[in-house]
Design a protein. Sequence first.
Length: 337
Amino acid sequence: MPALPSSMRAAVFDRSAGGLRVIERPLPVPGDGDVLLRVRACGVCRTDLHIVDGELPPHADPVVPGHQIVGDVVAGATADRPVGTRVGVSWIASTDGTCPFCRRRDENLCDAIRFTGYDVDGGYAEYAVARAAFTYPLPDALDDTHAAPLLCAGIIGFRALRVAGVERGERVGLFGFGASAHLMVAVLRSWDCEVYVSTRGESHRAFARSLGVDWVGDATDRPPVALDRAVTFAPAGDVVIAALGALRKGGIVAINAIHLDRIPQFDYDTLLWGERQLRSVANMTRSDARDFLTLAARIGLKPHATAFSLERVGDALAAVRGDAVDGAAVVVPGLRP
Ligand SMILES: [Zn+2]
Ligand SMILES: [Zn+2]
């Protein structure tokens, strides 16, 4: 293993300096219980946009965003994460393990939860530090670029299917069709579910059709059948209402968005009565991560991904913001600009 450098390139978001800039900064030093990772790839998530666009309140400032990290352990190794282990890091950076939510195994709701690339520096950099206990060894079947988008888009999409209560063979609506939703098609197929996609943008609709889903419509189009479950991925309240309108009695809509523009007024009698449920999806647990990565390896899940160099991280974010990539955008520090 070559000696570690003393500094690295990193994309730092600094509000006072007016945004995201790639700069040279000292190599981070792992503390007790941390591992230092050499970053192989880091997926772009819509949450990163909410952070750099100021739609979420600032936490750490400045901060290195990016919370779908694939990297090799290069220092601070533990017995089960020796040097050279390729691991993934996701949105959940740490929890206290002691609050009432952690004690009831709802660590996604921990009172003291910290997030990667928001409370602590993330993976838009050549190196990153992570809590060893919040890293996930990755199946060999997945290369770096295709593993990265699984780590938030995949895990949280999977959690959303759980929150929506999806059961084998059900009719499931996906409202919005980006990095997270497109991964859920293969998962739902493996459960023999029918998949109905409502999404804006002809390219996204064509992408959904190319994956062989059962029906495709515009963002707020109602599928031709009543849905058992629906997950909304767009940060738009109108889409939530459209999803509610597509449900059978007793059905569930899971809102997979950390930020919504607004919830429009809606008619309780027709949209929520009949024991329809509206639920939000918050963060993820480590068991969601482990279960999903195991399933992804078993079904050979391979996200569509477009790689960008670290110097082009701004272009990667812009591509996601403008819906200009099908599937996921991934920052690969080893790629030359
Ligand atoms: Zn994310
Ligand atoms: Zn807790």
